[in-house]
Design a protein around this ligand. Structure first.
Ligand SMILES: [Zn+2]
Length: 52
């Protein structure tokens, strides 16, 4: 999985896919990939079809 960070408020969320909406500041589409938490498991692809 990857860690996503809201560029508006700094909220961090761990998820496979980019979060659509920030639960903290409720901004939409503000998440950017922060880092990979599992670099040893690159094959863990998103199963919902979205690109990272
Ligand atoms: Zn936010």
């Amino acid at each position: 999985m990857a860690i996503w960070q809201c560029t508006e408020c700094g909220y961090e969320k761990e998820a496979r896919c980019k979060p659509r909406k920030c639960p903290q500041c409720e901004a939409k589409g503000t998440f950017s990939k922060s880092e990979d938490s599992s670099s040893a498991n690159k094959s863990d692809k998103c199963d919902t079809g979205c690109e990272q």
